[in-house]
Design a protein. Sequence first.
Length: 599
Amino acid sequence: SERATNENVIAAVTVLVVATVVLLLAALVASASFVALAQRRARQLGMLAAVGATEKQLRSVTVVNGGVVGLAAGVLGCVVGIAGWALAASPLESAVDFRIDTFDLPWMLIAAGLTLTVFTATAAAWWPARTVARMSTVRALSGRPPEPRPAHRSVTLAALAAGIGLASLAIGGDRAQDGMDILPSLLILAGTVSLVLGLLLASPAAIRVLARLGGRLPVAVRLAWSDLSRYRARSGSALAAISLVLGIAATVVITTAATERATAFGNLAESQLLIRSDDVREPFVPDQADVDRLQPQVDRLVATLRSATVVPLTAALDPRSEQDPKLQGRFPITFARPYDDGWSDVGRVYVATPATLALHGRQLDDLRTGFLSTETGDLHLLGVAVTVDVPPGGERPEPERVTDLEALPMTYTSLPGSFVTPQELRARNWVEVPTATWLIQSDHPLTSEQLAQAQAIAVEAGLTIESRDSQQDLALARTIAIAGGMLVALGVLAMTVGLVRSESGRDLRLLTATGARRRTRRAITAATAGGLALLAAILGTATAYLGLIAGFWHNLETLERIPVLELVIIVLGVPLAATVAGWLVSGREPANLARQPME
């Protein structure tokens, strides 16, 4: 029997997916910058082409620049990261209660990250370099932007990439239900990358739609959105980067809201405690002598809590079953599900008592079946003695399937949820054994002082206690995601708007020379920032929901709770903040109205 949840694999997959998304984000931001840089240097590259430079030499100018920028960014990031870790390691020791060797770091992984940074920046610079290097010499000398590709082609490719991504996430999410291994991990990673590529491919078409929607808006808005459409190569990369940032924020908001819904009851009530032995881990149970040794300490702990009652939790055990002496404890009756070639342990089967059934709103006299559980599906009984002779090397019979199971309503997640009735226990000749687990119930919420005193006694006695988990961390995660997403999105917006407006400097000088007021100049910049932010918020949130729906298609009720307020902040708050910031920082009259600046 083995547990279905592999924490190491899940942690590795999470880190891999996050690192991939971050590298894609860096590549999109870098790509937008290198497109602008290549376009700005178009005249210089045209001059080099005019004096005989080859296409390879022209392409190398921007590609080498990307590699140098990536190397500088990687070295700076490593230095800052290692220095930050050195400062955080000591406080982290007390937080996680684990001794940390500050400089026992995965140096090979850090070197791989530095290498990937250089590679990502170089790859981001390659496509803009290729585009500009293929421009005709006359067109490059004129400084005109390259002709954008037909929108329908990118839309078709975007739909194809999105379809592949959604299918990969759906299959990977379905396979992950049976345990996280290499196949669902790769599918989730491939689906995430495909969705981001679909977002990138759809961005130029979305900008074109935005420009068409501004046909009847004020002239400043039409000019701003027309400039975005005219420079779609650069604006598309920036839009994809901003959409990815806001999509990440929306994903965190949606998943934390779903987690809150899934843990609506929480682990325990505020008036409950669970006490366990440090030496026994589920599903095993200890010997009676070990429980008798701990009982006085449990009584001492309960005595510190006013008006508290203690409920010892007992499990069912088949005395005829073979017990492995190598195991740290006896293996009781457990529920399990088929998993690959083995069994996934669901949990102990506790003996039903009036006190434990009352936790689920049931009474012992009303029961009509032998087993009760909050678990559903194909459940089998593990730990039951084999009553048939198995020849040497022969296959053991499949564990008994539970057929007379009554469903119990979900309650607090750490409370016992699977039971066998005393009548069924006696009919099967099983015995009731202690689990070294006690449920403490008080008639009032436990105070922090009581919890601290109970924790001190538990540590001294070799016990662990579990109390009510607060969900404030989930709310904090949403707040950090929204704030961080807004800041990063506004930073990318500031870079993009600056690049777009710098390319439109000639138009701005003409407008100023013909009498355009400061209000008009402010409106152009504000409309550029606000239009990009609104489009990115819609695309990012829609992509996040599509990806999550695909990943949870087998259990869509998980996403039933919609965090309306947080999504409104993302979809409307970010564009509003971008518009206000664009209005405030712009409006200065350009210098040298009559002269074209030398580049």
